[in-house]
Structure formats: structure tokens, C-alpha cells
Design a protein around this ligand. Sequence first.
Ligand SMILES: Nc1nc2c(ncn2[C@@H]2O[C@H](COP(=O)(O)OP(=O)(O)OP(=O)(O)O)[C@@H](O)[C@H]2O)c(=O)[nH]1
Ligand SMILES: [Mg+2]
Length: 278
Amino acid sequence: MRPAVVIGCGGGGCNIVSRLDPHKIRVATINTGSSGSEATVSLAGREVPGCRGDPGLGWALASDYRKEIEALVAGCSAVIVVAGLGGGTGAGAVPIVAECAKTHGAKTISVVSIPMGFEVERRKRAFSQLKEVLRASDRALVMDMDRLKDAGGGALPIHAAVSMTDELMALAIARLAGALDGPFDSTFDERAYTLAFARSKDPVKAVETALSLPLYDTDAFHGKTIVSPDRPFSVADAEQVHMLISGASGRIPDIAPHGSEGDGVMLFIPIPSHASSS
Ligand SMILES: Nc1nc2c(ncn2[C@@H]2O[C@H](COP(=O)(O)OP(=O)(O)OP(=O)(O)O)[C@@H](O)[C@H]2O)c(=O)[nH]1
Ligand SMILES: [Mg+2]
């Protein structure tokens, strides 16, 4: 099995991947501006102070660094590319990373977030960037940060929502990377997914809670949900989880334990193409 690499793009993407354990998965970053000087691929050195929300500029700068990006993905079977959509560098770099991956015969799994509702213009831009991301990727995981305002039963301060996004996306990336060792394409047999996550000592309760808060507008009756608990379910719990999810979606889920300590359960819920391209 050829190795995989996770590439964080832009400010948000770099922050998210900084939470990953580099001993478990190879991590690289692409960024502009002063914080870009610490990135694996620093676009335009310090000459360009970020793309100020212009994805065309992000795309053009990343295009100039194709050789460096290709060096990151060479020899990999999969590239997990991570960005907060709505800005310039991250959203602009994702399609270039995907093209470089394709050139080297690697699949691209994009993991992206949609800005919160108060970022009105960025949010609008993010939805149109999402179409491009979906087109360029073999699989995509999309998380709408606006949905977090319903998490925890009330208004979440912005900084807490950003940090929760970072945490959830990092947890999801670790799971996706782990799944690459198995039959990834048949487990994740849809193109676009969102995630839902909850922790509870009672794993069935965790699934129930997660099901009530998918982090994108999705149709419960579309496709197969993948359930990824930290620890394997008991036979009785697995049966209840099957019933819960097939009751909600009409499809029996795949259960793919992540094999880590903790009482978290993550759900990967398919997004129908009409919902992800709206
Ligand atoms: N999860 C997470 N999201 C972030 C973070 N910072 C920004 N975002 C989100 O990502 C979107 C894009 O912001 P950045 O990642 O800073 O933008 P960029 O890709 O660096 O692009 P430019 O700075 O315009 O060149 C924002 O609108 C936020 O919704 C972060 O630290 N964590
Ligand atoms: Mg930036």
C-alpha cells in the first residue's frame, strides 16, 4: 500500500492539520503571507500578504508551485486536502492539489468547511467554490460551520465554533486516513459526505445524538451511512445502531471502528448531489 499525505491549504486548512499526529500520518501545508513562511510550500514567499479572499489569486499562485506540490504527492496512493472554503489561498489551492494528485495516480479526498452565516459574502463564495471542489475530488467531506450554532444546545461563541471545527475535522481526517488501509472506495461509495459526532459512555446514545446533528443540510434517505466508533460496539449495541440508522435512512450502515481510546462515535452521512451543489 502506497502512503497517503494530508495537505492543509490556507490559514484554516493549516490550523486544522496542525492537530494531526505526524507520527501517524504524513502532514504538509501550503499557505501564503507571513504565516505561509512556515508552510511546507510557501506560495510567493513573503511578497504576497495572503490572497485576501480571492480564490483566483490563490489558484494562480498554487499553479506556479505545481512542481513543489507534485513533489509532496509523488508516490502517494491518496491525498487528503484540507481547507476552509470562502477565502483565497485554501479554496484556490485545492483544485491544483487535486490535479497534481491525479497526475501521480493518487485519489483526492477533500475535507472542507463552509463559513458561518455571519460571513455572508464568504459563505456565498464558499458554496460556488464547493462545486469546483466536488468536481476536482474523488471524495469530499463537507462541514457547514453554521450548523455548529445548534451544537451544545445553544449559541456557541465564534472562537469555540472554530476550535470545534478544527477538532472535528481533525478527528474525521484521522478516520479517513485509517480507512485508506481497507476497502475505502466500497466503504465510502458516495462522492460527498458530511459528518456528525457525539460522545457518550452509552454508544447507542452517542449515535442517537450524532444523528440529530449532521453538519450539513442532508437527506437522511440518501445512501449508506458509515459509523466509526472509537471502540468496537458490542453485538447488542451494533444491532441497536443498525436499527436506529436503517430506521432513519432506509439503508443498513457500515460499521468501521476506528480503533482508538475514547467514547466518541463519528457518522459519515452521504450528501445527495443536488444538496451539495445548491
Ligand atoms: N476550522 C477553521 N476554519 C477557519 C480558520 N480560519 C479561517 N477559517 C474558515 O476558513 C475560511 C477561509 O479563511 P482562511 O483559511 O483564513 O483563508 P485562506 O485560505 O488563508 O485565504 P486568504 O487568507 O484569503 O488568502 C474562513 O472564512 C473561515 O470560515 C481556522 O483556524 N479553523
Ligand atoms: Mg490566509
